[in-house]
Design a protein around this ligand. Structure first.
Ligand SMILES: Cc1cc2nc3c(=O)[nH]c(=O)nc-3n(C[C@H](O)[C@H](O)[C@H](O)COP(=O)(O)OP(=O)(O)OC[C@H]3O[C@@H](n4cnc5c(N)ncnc54)[C@H](O)[C@@H]3O)c2cc1C
Length: 342
């Protein structure tokens, strides 16, 4: 008879996979359950931008962990330390960007030297050199393989009763279906990928207004966010919508998103698009994830909005520390579920 797992993880996206990896490294026997193919949820839909956000300790810790893990990742994970340029459209944005920690400020001529295809008239930018990109579905599979976790997925209609010391819910935007009282709302996003245009763009390019789109509560918003893939392809984002649960492409959002991208990078107008898709971010009221014990033996690792690929590794460290009674690597309070539930 197979022994009972120490920990059961529901959800085999990058967050569940990272938790499996971290707990297995600490010697725990882990079982992962997914209703679909591992890595096929938001993890497959995401852009894979590994980005540090100002004042967010979890993204800072996670970026360090990504850099440490990079040497072990398979080539197909496409980890690339390309850096992010936060683009300032005017002097006000440029001045505001000076308060960003850990960036190199670029004046207009340095910006155009770095990215000659941006539209004329921009004020400058802030270069975050440690930001990187990765292909998240491959990393997810690799983390699960390293964890040697038992994985039950796709096509399974009935499970045996499982007994475990801890259950981690890592079900992303589908979490409200299991735990309807949690303050998580799906937030739809569109992405576009082009044919190969090597050297058109060299860094992940994001307008400084992106954070307003991501952290604001408007029902619909778009922001300029373009990523060069190591293949030479370009990923074009981003859009955010509440209250839409269908996966189909919303043409008005797609047009709005692309028109906005063309304003920053006119050369995109001449690029061939090869695929367009949508995905759902798990959004919480304060846009921070829910990480930690909810009640009894039930733990949450969900609600990562548009940052869960980046913060998966840090999330796993926090969850493992709590389950194993270790000192957490960063203060866990901002992410604890009880901030909403008392
Ligand atoms: C368009 C878009 C762009 C993004 N870009 C980035 C980016 O550049 N950088 C970044 O860091 N993040 C990005 N994100 C966010 C990132 O993709 C997510 O935060 C992250 O993938 C969440 O991972 P997860 O494991 O929590 O969720 P998911 O990948 O959705 O995994 C959850 C898993 O749980 C399973 N599941 C759900 N319910 C059940 C159940 N009841 N029983 C069994 N299994 C269940 C699902 O099948 C799924 O496999 C983006 C998201 C979108 C939509």
């Amino acid at each position: 008879m197979t022994p009972s797992p120490d920990v059961v993880i529901v959800g085999a996206g990058i967050v569940g996979a990272a938790c499996a990896y971290e707990l297995a490294q600490a010697g725990a026997r882990v079982e992962v359950i997914d209703q679909s193919t591992p890595g096929s949820g938001a993890t497959a839909a995401g852009m894979g931008h590994l980005v540090m956000l100002d004042g967010d300790e979890l993204s800072r810790l996670s970026l360090d962990l990504w850099h440490a893990l990079a040497k072990d990742l398979p080539k197909q994970a496409e980890f690339w330390n390309c850096g992010t340029i936060w683009i300032a459209a005017n002097d006000d944005e440029l001045n505001a960007a000076k308060t960003k920690p850990g960036v190199e400020m670029l004046d207009a001529s340095q910006l155009y030297q770095a990215e000659p295809n941006l539209r004329p008239g921009l004020a400058g930018g802030a270069l975050a050199t440690r930001d990187s990109v990765v292909y998240a579905p491959v990393v997810t599979r690799w983390l699960l393989e390293q964890a040697k976790a038992k994985i039950t997925s796709a096509g399974v209609t009935a499970f045996d009763t499982l007994h475990a010391g801890a259950v981690i819910c890592a079900t992303g935007a589908l979490t409200p279906k299991l735990l309807p009282n949690l303050p998580i709302k799906p937030r739809k996003g569109h992405l576009v990928i082009t044919d190969r245009y090597p050297r058109l763009v060299h860094h992940q390019l994001v307008e400084l207004g992106y954070l307003q789109s991501a952290h604001g509560d408007s029902n619909e918003s778009v922001a300029f966010n373009v990523q060069p893939r190591p293949t030479g392809q370009l990923l074009i984002g981003s859009s955010r919508q509440y209250g839409v649960e269908t996966e189909s492409i919303d043409r008005h959002m797609l047009h709005r998103m692309l028109r906005h991208a063309f304003e920053y990078l006119p050369a995109l107008r001449d690029c061939n698009v090869i695929r367009t898709w949508t995905g759902f971010r798990a959004s919480t009221p304060d846009k921070l994830p829910l990480i930690g014990r909810l009640r009894d033996h039930l733990y949450l690792a969900t609600g990562h909005e548009g940052l869960g690929i980046t913060t998966s590794l840090g999330t796993a460290k926090l969850i493992a520390a709590e389950i194993l009674g270790r000192t957490p690597p960063i203060p866990p309070e901002p992410y604890r579920p009880e901030r909403f539930h008392g």
